[in-house]
Design a protein around this ligand. Structure first.
Ligand code: ZN
Length: 179
C-alpha cells in the first residue's frame, strides 16, 4: 500500500477513536442527570417486562395447544403427497387454531404462527389427532364460525360442537374441495 494512503487511513482511524472518547465523556456526563437516570431505569424495566411477556405468551400457547381436544378441518389451500405418494391434507384445529400447514410452509405469517412453528419443531408435533370433521375449508373462516357457535352454545360437548359446526359450515357453503 502507498505510504500516503496508509497515513490517511490511520489518520481517519485515530480521529474516530478521538471522537468516540469525546462522545463517551459527554454520555457519561449526561448519565449524571436525574431525568436521564430515570430514562435508563424505565428502559430496563420495560425490557424486563418484554422478556416476561414473551415467556408467558409461549407458555399460554403451548398450554392451549397441548390441552385442546382438537376438532379438525383440512386446509383448502395446502396439500402435499405423503411418503407413500398419497394425497395429504394438512389439518387445523378450529378450537385452538393449531395448524399443520404452518410446518408445510416453513414460516409463520404472524406471531402466533411463528410460535406454533417453534412448538412443532421443539416438541416434534407431526400430525394432529382429534375429532375429524371431514370438512375441507379455510381454517381462519372455520375458526370464526366455531367461535361464534361456541359463544352461543358454551355448554355443548366437543362431539356435538363438531356436528353443529359441520351443519353450519355446509349451510354457509364455506367448503372447498381441492382434489
Ligand atoms: Zn385444538
Amino acid at each position: 500500500m502507498e505510504k500516503n494512503k496508509k497515513d490517511n487511513l490511520e489518520q481517519e482511524y485515530n480521529e474516530i477513536i478521538n471522537n468516540c472518547s469525546k462522545l463517551d465523556e459527554e454520555i457519561k456526563h449526561m448519565e449524571e442527570y436525574k431525568i436521564i437516570k430515570k430514562y435508563f431505569l424505565l428502559k430496563g424495566k420495560r425490557g424486563a417486562l418484554d422478556l416476561k411477556e414473551e415467556e408467558l405468551y409461549k407458555k399460554i400457547l403451548l398450554n392451549r395447544y397441548a390441552n385442546c381436544r382438537h376438532i379438525l378441518v383440512e386446509s383448502d389451500t395446502e396439500a402435499n403427497y405423503d411418503y407413500e405418494g398419497r394425497w395429504y391434507h394438512y389439518f387445523g384445529c378450529i378450537k385452538c387454531g393449531f395448524d399443520e400447514a404452518v410446518a408445510n410452509r416453513g414460516y409463520g405469517r404472524n406471531r402466533e404462527e411463528r410460535e406454533m412453528l417453534n412448538i412443532m419443531e421443539k416438541h416434534h408435533v407431526y400430525g394432529l389427532s382429534g375429532i375429524k370433521t371431514g370438512i375441507c375449508c379455510d381454517l381462519y373462516e372455520a375458526r370464526e364460525l366455531y367461535d361464534e357457535l361456541h359463544e352461543n352454545n358454551p355448554d355443548l360437548d366437543d362431539e356435538t360442537m363438531a356436528e353443529l359446526f359441520k351443519a353450519a359450515i355446509k349451510g354457509k357453503k364455506l367448503i372447498n374441495k381441492i382434489n
